[in-house]
Design a protein around this ligand. Structure first.
Ligand SMILES: [Zn+2]
Length: 594
């Protein structure tokens, strides 16, 4: 192997630029095709323990695109937080009925998909018959470029290779696999734009696991079917995902569901992972893409992880092609089913009473005395493999729902929200002139922020929302967004304040929660007195409330009493906790429509 690598390295440093890139592909462990003019015997993938740098992987795809201009292209689709462009490599005609998108190195310390995708693309292009007709494939070579450039040997403490890899956080220390809705990173905003333009039917995000030890090399998170819902969710769970497991098994790789242990070890049961829209495949579900997160097992040799990830991509392509027609029809039905909803689920929770059995192969867990902590420690005994039935919790129920309106009104003041709607290809028209209209207004009654920063925010859970019709002042240029459009589900799950990954949850509207004007008690006394005199009903309500509090032993200070009256006076601003995105209910016509 050393001799061959020397040959490649000579090409790398001495040859012409294209030849240098071709040599680079080979030296990365890719099987080089004779078409590329190099011997088809590069270092076998099974022996490679390295992953390309950003420069190397982009050079490799550039070479592939140059060598196959009729079948492939490499293009930039926006910027990343380190200024370098994000790339998308595409194969096959843009007009193909089936569209598959693969995202790599969102966590650059987990790069098996980077290698696997490059091998896959190389193999698909190695002979004309290898790339099936009827599919358009997109590959993001390296999504988290900033993290990829922070290359090191060691930050994946529990991982077996490769020798060097990037870091999980991006250039702003964000986990990009939590950033798909809030888009704090330029990477995510660029990705939103690319995704809504590419519009995949099937989406894959490649990772490496953490956690327990067990024999399987590859584990899988499918878009959570109950959360996906509709005809697509049912079909995904009953038909499509089982075909992928069977396809892997037929090729000798027994893939298992992602091992999300309920207790300390997998034999205590595993549960589905709920990938809400902040995650890659959860975001994809908002555009009716079925998504898969591959999680290769961190303790298996790197080359085996690459091999299993590559095998999954091949099985997925084959299975998707065989189901292409069904997939298109179900996607259409999914959209129609969503539009027919009066209320859509916007948050989910695991049903801990719905327990299924799963045949699982694991290693027995042993406990020993730790030489370090002087306490009990866990060890998996690889000499004691087992296959047994374990609990599998995979039923999720909606925990909050929100109305699906006829349209949303997004005032132009919320430009950061509008920027994200634009990135998602949301269709809209503008309010033609300043006006006052009757709209559905949501008031945030109960909410709780997270006490510590999480991914650059104090995530806010909205528990109670009250909706009523109110007159609202709109300005020329405010956005009217009908829900009867492709991005309907994206709109409902980002603009409903109670949705688990709503813009509200990610603090885009926190300024609306604050009261701006107050009063001086000594000045307001006279006003309060006049209010009570002129409004006997108010007086009665006020006094009975005070009696109730006194009898219950609760304090109701003078300031609190005056504040109660102030909030019922004409002086109160009425807008604290008024959610600033308004709705036109489903049975109401959309104003301003020509
Ligand atoms: Zn990961």
């Amino acid at each position: 192997m050393l001799q061959f690598l020397t040959f490649d390295l000579m090409n790398l440093f001495l040859g012409d630029p294209i030849r240098r890139r071709r040599a680079l592909i080979c030296s990365l462990g890719i099987i080089c095709s004779p078409f590329l003019g190099l011997r088809a015997q590069a270092q076998p993938a099974s022996e490679s323990n390295s992953t390309p740098t950003w420069e190397q992987v982009i050079s490799a795809y550039t070479a592939l695109a140059e060598a196959h201009p009729d079948q492939a292209a490499l293009r930039e689709f926006g910027s990343s937080d380190v200024g370098r462009p994000l790339h998308l490599f595409t194969l096959g005609p843009d007009t193909a009925a089936l569209r598959i998108l693969v995202n790599n190195a969102i966590h650059p310390g987990e790069p098996c998909g980077v290698n696997a995708s490059l091998q896959w693309a190389t193999s698909l292009l190695s002979a004309p018959e290898n790339l099936p007709p009827g599919v358009h494939i997109g590959i993001v070579p390296m999504y988290n470029i900033g993290g990829g450039l922070r290359r090191n040997c060691c930050t994946r403490a529990n991982q077996n290779g490769p020798e060097e890899y990037g870091f999980r956080g991006n250039a702003r220390n964000l986990d990009l696999n939590r950033d798909f809705i809030k888009c704090d990173s330029r990477n995510a905003l660029s990705f939103n734009r690319m995704f809504s333009e590419f519009l995949p039917d099937v989406f894959v995000d490649t990772h490496t696991s953490n956690g327990a030890d067990y024999p399987a090399t590859l584990t899988l998170i499918a878009t959570q079917p109950d959360k996906l819902g509709g005809p697509l969710g049912t079909w995904l769970e009953a038909e499509f995902t089982p075909m992928l497991y069977a396809g892997m098994s037929e090729r000798g790789e027994d893939m298992v569901p992602y091992v999300n242990s309920v207790k300390a070890t997998p034999d205590g049961g595993i549960s589905d992972f709920l990938e809400t829209p902040r995650y890659s495949t959860g975001y994809g579900a908002l555009h009716h893409a079925i998504g898969f997160t591959t999680e290769a097992h961190m303790l298996k040799p790197f080359a085996d992880r690459v091999g299993a990830t590559l095998m999954f991509l091949e099985v997925l392509l084959e299975t998707s092609l065989s189901q292409s027609e069904a997939l298109r029809e179900l996607k259409r039905a999914q959209h129609q089913a969503f539009l027919a909803l009066d209320n859509a689920p916007v948050a989910w929770e695991l049903d801990t009473n719905a327990i299924d059995a799963l045949e699982f192969s694991g290693y027995e867990a042993r406990y020993e005395w730790s030489a370090v902590t002087q306490e009990r420690r866990l060890k998996y005994d690889r000499s004691a493999p087992y296959t047994k039935s374990i609990d599998h919790l995979h039923t999720f129920r909606p925990s909050r729902t929100a109305p699906v309106p006829n349209a949303y009104i997004v005032p132009q003041a919320w430009r950061h929200v509008i920027e994200r709607l634009q990135a998602n290809g949301v269709r809209h028209f503008e309010v033609p002139k300043d006006t006052v209209v009757l709209l559905e207004v949501a008031r945030i009654e109960g909410h709780s922020p997270l006490g510590r920063p999480y991914e650059g925010h104090h995530y806010r859970k909205v528990e109670t929302v009250n909706r009523s019709l109110e007159q609202v002042h709109l300005f020329a240029g405010d956005w009217v967004v009908p829900t009867d459009q492709a991005a309907a589900r994206y709109l409902v799950e980002t603009l409903s304040p109670e949705a688990v990954d709503a813009f509200m949850a990610w603090n885009f509207f926190d300024s609306t929660l604050q009261q701006k004007e107050y009063f001086s008690s000594y000045v307001f006394e006279e006003t309060a007195e006049a209010m009570l005199k002129s409004n006997p009903g108010l007086k009665q309500e006020f006094e009975s409330l005070r009696n109730e509090k006194q009898e219950g032993g609760a304090t109701w200070s003078a300031r609190q009493q005056l504040d109660w009256l102030y909030k019922r006076s004409d002086h109160f601003e009425q807008t604290p906790a008024r959610y600033p995105v308004f709705s036109i209910p489903k049975n109401q016509p959309i104003p301003f429509y020509e």
